[in-house]
Design a protein around this ligand. Structure first.
Ligand code: HEM
Length: 154
């Protein structure tokens, strides 16, 4: 492996860690801990957290795509036959990016509208939908990591 390829893989993995690890933290630690706050405060906190986290996710997605695309280019240029696990990673990765885009765009907008109107019930509904999307992306992320670590070893 050349130094450039190794550096691209390190960047790719750091971005994946920030994205997938952030989703794990939100689901496993932040969300269960929200019960210490009153519903309107929960909504305000989640808007502030998600705005920041989703900004980081957009940067992570760009790095994942750019470094992944560059590695793919280098591998194809060297005449490598692409392993099946790579196809799964790219396909599921694109699905993850679409899901993250939906959360960052329409769902975050709906959440902010509910928070601005002080509508804790509507905010709770949107938070429930966002939670489902985050669970989906976390599962896809874990499947990709397993496919890449185990799939290429089989
Ligand atoms: C959708 C765009 C993506 C592209 C084009 C892409 C491309 C690549 C390429 C070319 C490699 C190098 C494979 C090797 O040298 O063995 C790689 C490694 C890896 N990618 Fe991706 N990737 C993408 C998305 C993702 C996503 C979304 C995740 C996880 C959430 C992910 C997780 C990994 C992991 C864990 C490795 C390291 C595998 C290992 O060294 O065993 N990738 N990626």
């Amino acid at each position: 492996m050349t130094l450039l390829y190794a550096a691209l893989k390190a960047l790719h993995l750091l971005a994946v860690i920030a994205w997938v690890g952030g989703m794990f933290f939100v689901l496993a630690c932040l969300r269960p801990a929200l019960t210490v706050l009153q519903p309107p405060q929960r909504l305000a906190l989640m808007v502030a957290v998600l705005e920041r986290f989703l900004r980081i996710v957009m940067v992570a997605m760009t790095v994942v795509l750019a470094a992944g695309g560059a590695m793919l280019w280098i591998a194809l240029d060297a005449g490598l036959r692409v392993p099946h696990a790579w196809y799964a990673m790219i396909l599921l990765g694109i699905v993850m990016m679409g899901v993250a885009g939906q959360v960052r765009g329409p769902l975050l907008r709906r959440l902010k509208t509910a928070a601005a109107a002080g509508d804790a019930a509507a905010g709770g509904v949107v938070l429930g939908i966002i939670r489902q999307r985050v669970v989906l992306n976390l599962v896809l992320g874990v499947v990709i990591v397993l496919a890449m670590r185990l799939g290429t070893a089989i």
